[in-house]
Design a protein around this ligand. Structure first.
Ligand code: HDE
Length: 738
């Protein structure tokens, strides 16, 4: 708020009451601290000290409290007031403490990642459960039981740093393994294929997916013309589009998604023999996603849903875990396989080549500081230790150029490997030196090699036996700028993915395509997209065309190679077929009212605890409720702050009077209506019926609306909700009509 100059320093205090009503902190007033000043008291009386320091708000170092210093270590006497000439200024340029503090603040931001800007990381370890000494010399794969420190960063791709967690998007699954022979970065996604086959198309793909450049919207979503224009002109994207339109792109949690290395890599043994490998991370928690309507609402209710979930799980001791699985194969398999193993738009179905599990990744520690670790972590696909090597996948080859550049841009120095989160945990010895922010310049007189200074001071030497050697791949042919013929089938595996889904998952894919394309303004782009779907599945194309109101089904797109429609479905591709066996790690939302049955609640909480799940209490008031036995229980959420979309299942334990009050509350009606519409399991005491009636669903309650009539029902309820969703509801009831 603008202040008029006061006629004299003495009267300046008369401005104080005006500033206090504006809610801004006054000079000398710490915003964190509750004001000791009665609202009508003249401010200066309480705040002034003889020297005008704004006394009450200064928190001085006493006892063993650390003394505040500048970056140079100079102790600070006053961190609330700048140095002024007279008590009303001007401010003096001599104030080095102020200058340093503001200077540093002005430089707090670094460029966000071009893609994968929004992410969340955690520490953990990888433990080897099966030796791979027979196929690779990689140190990490030699000794069963040995643990390797790890840092994992999950991310969305398209949105900016401040975007919401439940965008429909691919999720990054980047793992840094601090092995004894150097860092290995396996920079993967939660989808095993990619949109494009050649790295040269990446900038166009990302430009098309990100907000349109003139208007800078929409944020964190692909539902716009530019994205679908590009995609519908890139048939190679069709397989990945099936995945991103599936519920894989709206995961329930980072903990409930798979990770994939995507490209075919090589494992190389001590004799230089190479075995091809595809990497998989399989969550012990089982696969789980949300539904689209729920995702949209979660983004409003808790934009940090995935961050909070990971933070809470790790801090609560429920450490997320993935198994590392490998698909290993040789050149002979590659030659016989239907598709080119260098084509990153293709998978190798697990039914054809089973996944061999060789270790586990456990996340057991959250970061101390988000910026220092999650933001500054710098993954580079080219970080591989001896025994792991690249193939000629043209996307991987391009990535190996890109990541190093990006880290220099983001972190501002070629010394980004000196930042603790990026620094290897094994010995590092080289002659690279200087540059911005050099932290660990080599010591001693010698900074070059070869040199003749001898073993002691001459520095490190090459080691042909231990050192990294590239697999001696033979060149393939002439220098050309073209796409191999073996990459030309764009529809067969898209179809295979679609037919591997359960009917409800297929419906979600059709719904997602219809939704996204209905946000596309140009009818020709919508029709062009449908022309590709015809090759994937005729029924899917018809449903989407009808949903969009296309006047006619377009002619099929020209296929570079006729699709194979005989590929067998693969159960591994369905989320529903790979869900959890228990409610462990899931969260029950319990809506309570005053007078709720205390005994029933106690037995429900006991059962929830037994399976390793969590719960949160939702109540009309954040102060909580008084139960039937007179005990009080605090609430985690007021009803409108704890909508049912935040929970995996819900239970309503209410009294008659409580239900009557809630029936008139829109947030309580939404609570039950949404839980029902999202196919969740609902436990309810008989008294809760009026809330369902007010929500318009009392006559629709089905087998997944389970009675909680007495304490005996709690165990059965918790066992049943392990199924997470009751999908028949969505196929039988018109949930859109609710
Ligand atoms: Fe990335 N990608 N990418 N990418 N990518 C980046 O590196 C790039 C691709 C992936 O949590 C950038 O540090 C190119 C496939 C993840 O910090 C950048 C191509 C896959 C992350 C980059 C691809 C990924 C990134 C941006 C096409 C799955 C986040 C910031 C050839 C296998 C890592 C950064 C983190 C990040 C380039 C394609 C995964 C610009 C050129 C395929 C998980 O370097």
């Amino acid at each position: 708020m603008a202040k008029k100059p006061s006629p004299s320093p003495k009267t300046s205090n008369s401005k104080a009451p005006t500033d206090r009503t504006s809610g801004t902190a006054m000079p000398g007033e710490s915003p964190q601290k509750a004001s000791p000043v009665p609202p009508d008291a003249p401010l200066r009386d309480a705040y002034a000290e003889p020297q005008g320091r704004g006394g009450e708000t200064h928190q001085t170092a006493e006892g063993d409290v650390a003394v505040l210093t500048t970056q140079q270590g100079v102790p600070v006497a006053d961190d609330q007031n700048t140095l002024k000439q007279g008590d009303r200024g001007p401010t003096l340029i001599e104030d080095f403490h102020f200058r340093e503090k503001i200077f540093h603040f002005d430089h707090e931001r670094i460029p966000e990642r071009v893609v994968h800007a929004r992410g969340y990381g955690a520490h953990g370890f990888f433990e080897l459960t099966e030796s791979l000494a027979d196929v690779t010399r990689a140190d990490i794969f030699q000794r069963v039981g040995e643990r390797t420190p790890a840092f994992v960063r999950f991310s969305t791709v398209a949105g900016s740093k401040g975007s919401f967690d439940l965008a429909r998007d691919v999720r990054g699954f980047a793992v840094k393994l601090y092995t004894k022979e150097g860092n290995w970065d396996l920079v993967g996604n939660n989808i095993p294929v990619f949109f494009i086959q050649d790295a040269i198309k990446f900038p166009d793909l990302i430009h098309a997916a990100k907000p349109e450049p003139d208007r800078m919207f929409p944020q964190a979503q692909t539902a716009h013309d530019n994205f679908w224009d590009f995609i519908s002109l890139s048939p190679e994207a069709m397989h990945m589009v099936m995945w991103t339109m599936s519920d894989r792109a709206i995961p329930r949690s980072y903990r409930t998604m798979e990770g994939f290395g995507v490209h075919t890599f090589r494992l190389v043994d001590a004799k230089g023999k190479s075995t091809f490998v595809k990497f998989h991370w399989k969550p012990k928690q089982g696969l789980q996603s949300v539904v689209w309507n729920e995702a949209v609402k979660i983004n409003g209710a808790d934009p940090d849903f995935h961050r909070r979930d990971l933070w809470d799980a790790i801090n609560g001791g429920d450490f997320p875990e993935w198994e590392l699985g490998l698909q290993l194969f040789d050149q002979d398999f590659a030659d016989k396989f239907d598709f080119d193993v260098l084509d990153p738009t293709k998978i190798i179905p697990e039914e054809i080549l089973p996944v061999r599990f060789v270790g586990r990744l456990v996340l057991d520690r959250v970061v101390d500081n988000f910026f220092a670790e999650t933001e500054q972590v710098a993954f580079c696909t080219q970080n591989v230790p001896p025994g792991i090597d690249f193939t000629n996948d043209p996307l991987l080859q391009g990535r190996n150029f890109s990541y190093l550049d990006t880290q220099l841009k983001r972190l501002g120095s070629p010394n980004f490997a000196h930042i603790p989160i990026n620094a290897p945990k094994c010995p590092v010895a080289h002659f690279q030196q200087d540059g911005h922010m050099a932290m660990t310049n080599p010591r001693g007189r010698v900074n070059y090699e070869p040199n003749s200074w001898g073993a002691t001071i001459g520095g490190p030497r090459e080691d042909p036996a231990r050192g990294f050697t590239s697999f001696a791949a033979e060149p393939d042919g002439a220098k050309l700028r073209l796409r191999p013929e073996s990459f030309a089938d764009h529809y067969s595996q898209a179809r295979q993915f679609f037919i591997s889904q359960t009917p409800i998952e297929q419906k979600h894919i059709a719904d997602a395509l219809t939704f996204e394309l209905s946000k596309v303004e140009r009818p020709d782009i919508r029709a062009r997209m449908v022309s590709h779907l015809i090759h994937i599945d005729a029924g899917l194309a018809d449903t989407v065309a009808a949903g969009l109101g296309l006047p006619d089904l377009p002619a099929p797109a020209q296929a570079a190679r006729p699709p194979i429609d005989s590929l067998a479905p693969s159960d591994a591709l369905s989320i529903v077929k790979n869900g959890p066996a228990t409610f462990a790690g899931r969260k029950l939302g319990i809506l309570l009212s005053d007078g709720a049955d205390a005994e029933l609640l106690a037995s429900l909480l006991k059962e929830i605890g037994k399976v390793g799940a969590t719960y949160e209490i939702v109540a009309p008031k954040i102060g909580g409720v008084t139960l039937s036995d007179g005990t009080k229980i605090a609430a985690k959420h007021k009803i409108d702050g704890g909508p049912s979309v935040l929970f995996d299942a819900v239970a309503l334990i209410v009294s008659d009077a409580g239900a009557e009050l809630m029936a008139g509350d829109a947030a309580a009606q939404d609570f039950v209506r949404d839980a029902f519409a999202h196919c969740k399991y609902i436990g309810l005491t008989p008294q809760a019926e009026p809330i369902f009636a007010a929500g318009g669903i009392a006559d629709k309650l089905d087998d997944a609306c389970l009675p909680l009539a007495s304490v005996k029902d709690a165990a059965q309820f918790v066992e049943t909700i392990a199924a997470l969703r009751f999908w028949p509801r969505e196929l039988e009831v018109d949930l859109d009509a609710l």
